[in-house]
Write a protein that binds this ligand. Structure first.
Ligand code: ATP
Length: 305
């Protein structure tokens, strides 16, 4: 759905985006994650044909950025950092107004406006002025506005920024619903938790793309996988029995817990448990140690300084 080769943007000597090579698949939620000033918004603006790249090539929804911008604009929807709704108009009037701008015929407009207000749970509030809406409701309405012409690719730049947790959840649920309709979603965020919850794949960016993978694979790549075995008590003999297993990479003891690094916990955990039981160990629980995406992200971003 999106493919870029060596995409770059310079602003009077500032390199906002450098040598970006992206590949976003149809139907996925792809999150571009990076700190402030990493070049996320600039990337979206280039892909949505709002600004011209300084260098490189991009293909969006099957068309070339720069040569086929009108065709791209017809295939995409975009939510920018400010929602830009008319506060005095009602929810229905806002959507109808933007549907007219998209050139939709009257019958089609009515049908789309109803469909999105229904989907947002705002049909009953359709005649209320947007000024009376909560931030979360406004943001959902702004996303709906970007969808009125039924684009197959939707760019969402910081869709939950400035929202409280409840409103952010409303918006995230809506985004998940859009994916279930088969749309491709390109999300920009510096919110790790959001990328982790929503995205099929995450691209970590700081001018360049540092890593791209699923949230789970990012975790796995960055750290050895470790299991935590909680015991009634730990003896040296038990530690020795685990260390004697050829595939065990390391064993650490913390009170009555053993933290054991393994290449493949799924395959190797039973043998570890067997060795401990044979050495008279009483096991209370076994779990895999989780690394937060935050640790991984800080590690990746920190590595580029
Ligand atoms: P944020 O999370 O803060 O929105 P971002 O990752 O979206 O950040 P960009 O807005 O793309 O980052 O900005 C990347 C760099 O490009 C920054 O150094 C910014 O100052 C610069 N920049 C962006 N737009 C312009 C512009 N129109 N003119 C000059 N410099 C710009």
């Amino acid at each position: 759905m999106i493919e870029t080769h060596g995409l770059a943007k310079h602003f009077n000597g500032t390199t906002a985006v450098d040598d970006l090579n992206l590949n976003v698949k149809p139907g996925e939620i792809f999150a571009l994650l990076g700190p402030n000033g990493a070049g996320k918004t600039t990337t979206v603006r280039m892909l949505a044909c709002l600004i011209a790249p300084t260098r490189g090539e991009a293909n969006v929804a099957g068309y070339a950025v720069g040569r086929e911008n009108d065709a791209i604009r017809a295939q995409i929807g975009i939510l920018t950092e400010s929602p830009g709704l008319y506060e005095k108009l009602s929810a229905a009037q806002n959507l109808d107004f933007f549907a007219r701008l998209y050139g939709l015929a009257s019958a089609e407009r009515g049908e789309r406006v109803k469909r999105y207000l229904d989907m947002l749970g705002l049909w009953a509030r359709r005649d209320d002025a947007v000024a009376e809406f909560s931030k979360g409701m406004k943001q959902k309405l702004a996303i709906a506005r970007a969808l009125l012409h039924e684009p197959k690719l939707v760019f969402l730049d910081e869709p939950t920024s400035g929202l409280d947790p409840e409103a952010a959840k409303l918006v995230r649920d809506f985004i998940a619903e859009l994916k279930s309709e088969g749309r491709t979603i390109f999300l920009c965020t510096h919110n790790l938790d959001e990328a982790d919850r929503l995205a099929d794949r995450i691209g970590v960016m700081k001018q360049k793309l540092i890593q791209v993978d699923t949230p789970a694979n990012l975790r796995r790549k960055m750290y050895a996988r470790r299991i935590v075995v909680r015991m009634r008590a730990v003896s040296d003999a038990q530690i020795g029995a685990v260390k004697a297993l050829a595939f065990v990479k390391s064993v650490e003891r913390a009170d009555a817990r053993l933290v054991i690094a393994l290449e493949e916990p799924e395959a190797m955990t039973p043998a570890v448990v067997r060795a401990l039981v044979q050495a008279s160990g009483e096991i209370l629980a076994v779990s895999e140690e989780e690394h937060s995406l935050e640790e991984i992200y800080l590690n990746l971003i920190g590595g580029t300084k």
